[in-house]
Design a protein around this ligand. Structure first.
Ligand code: CTP
Ligand code: MG
Ligand code: K
Length: 170
């Protein structure tokens, strides 16, 4: 794979990475499930999924797309496309993350418990699906993202732990 393809893949997915990581810092307060339980007696989503984290991630991810447009307008063609793309990547990321937590709670995993695969790929796959109607990247670049995202996720979580933003390094 050529260097510019690797860079394109990374550039394309950047709003998703920001939407996924910023809730660690911005989140807190009222949980999205309002503390309610599912019929299995366990929380629907858990205290790790908050409204502030959701909308904070959505806003930060979308702003990243606006910054990207001004740095590389020719990649998007118009500011509207850049905003739409970043918004959908971010929304997909956050919805994918909620689906992941829902699944984890059903499997009786407590908040913060690492679910290998789900934690690293769930948000990515959802982001790619949501953004699909607006702009896509070639399959080879998607595969590259599937390989590097777990590594970046792992590195970012260790960083957040060392910064004191996260209680666990995963
Ligand atoms: N966060 C949030 N709102 C969200 C997503 C994340 O407030 N919609 C914050 C929470 O403080 C959360 C932290 O970001 O603990 C890390 O996110 P994540 O690892 O996705 O959540 P977990 O705590 O691991 O919870 P879960 O087991 O449900 O994945
Ligand atoms: Mg987690
Ligand atoms: K997660």
């Amino acid at each position: 794979m050529k260097m510019n393809q690797l860079l394109e893949a990374f550039w394309y997915i950047l709003p998703a990475y920001f939407a996924n990581s910023s809730p660690v810092v911005l989140g807190g307060g009222t949980p999205i499930d309002f503390g309610k339980k599912w019929r299995d007696g366990r929380r629907i989503l858990g205290d790790g999924k908050t409204w502030r984290g959701f909308f904070g991630g959505l806003i930060v991810g979308t702003i990243i797309g606006i910054v990207q447009y001004f740095l590389l307008p020719e990649y998007y063609g118009s500011l509207g496309i850049a905003i739409e793309l970043a918004f959908l990547l971010s929304l997909g990321t956050l919805v994918g993350d909620l689906i992941g937590s829902f699944i984890k709670r059903r499997l009786n995993m407590p908040r913060g418990y690492p679910a290998v695969g789900l934690d690293q790929w769930g948000f990515l796959i959802a982001a790619l699906c949501f953004a699909y109607p607006v702009k896509t990247i070639p399959t080879g670049e998607v595969l590259f993202l599937l390989v590097i995202t777990p590594l970046i996720h792992w590195g970012a979580n260790i960083f957040a732990y060392k910064m004191g933003w996260k209680k666990v390094p995963w």
